[in-house]
Design a protein around this ligand. Sequence first.
Ligand SMILES: Nc1ncnc2c1ncn2[C@@H]1O[C@H](COP(=O)(O)OP(=O)(O)OP(=O)(O)O)[C@@H](O)[C@H]1O
Length: 261
Amino acid sequence: MPATGSWSGAVAAEPSSPGASHRQGAALVFSGVSKIYGQGASAVHALDNVDLTIARGEFVAIYGRSGSGKSTFLNLAGALDLPTAGAVTVFGAPPTHTLSRADAARLRNRQIGFIFQQYNLFARFTVAENVETPLVYAGLGAADRSRKVREALALVGLEELAARRPAELSGGQQQRVAVARAIVTGPDMVLADEPTGALDDDTGGAILDHLQSINRTLGVSVALVTHDPGIAERAGRVLTFRNGRLDGDERRSGAYGGEST
Ligand SMILES: Nc1ncnc2c1ncn2[C@@H]1O[C@H](COP(=O)(O)OP(=O)(O)OP(=O)(O)O)[C@@H](O)[C@H]1O
């Protein structure tokens, strides 16, 4: 595979829009994907020749020890970073390394929702304003934004807290705001990096329940990074990484997303 680790600048075809024919087929394809940070003696092979496909509607745990390559996987899957070699394809769009930065940003905004361990909310914005942010980037009008924000907050049970600021919320409530922000644009896939890592078991379990509900009722694919086996076993499929290699691919019936695979 040719080295692909920078934005080519070439203007790729417009990524598919939600509701288009990509609703059938793969959510995510990794073909011979490697990621090397640094060069020479200090080079770190964070991902090593990874091949995998995640189908539309799956709920997948990305599992492995610290340093196994989980976050690197998520960054490549979300077109936040590029592989050093190989190709990453998201919902049938051209491979991420062929997209311009603008096309990659559009792909992220339209089709991918991100959730992080530390919530990453804007402290000075209200709950509603935080959830509204991706809709502003998407160019929606004020009335549509307001309706979608209300719907997303209702999905996570936070309508009453719309006017508060993040510092006035519990950790679990802040993560529910992050979930609402991740789904407000109607993405096809949610990528979550240790979303329960900062929460106690019960509160974290409630976040997983929200993600399950989004997966089941909206058909949104979910890829959730965790180093916690108890969380991984709730997913319909567990992809285990070890030293940058895909070391296991286990499907479970009856778990989240288990029926759809
Ligand atoms: N920007 C970077 N520069 C250099 N090395 C990096 C960079 N990001 C990650 N790495 C290295 O790549 C390897 C994989 O890191 P990654 O963050 O993907 O692992 P992880 O499984 O998510 O770990 P954790 O569970 O601790 O977050 C590690 O050895 C890490 O030190």
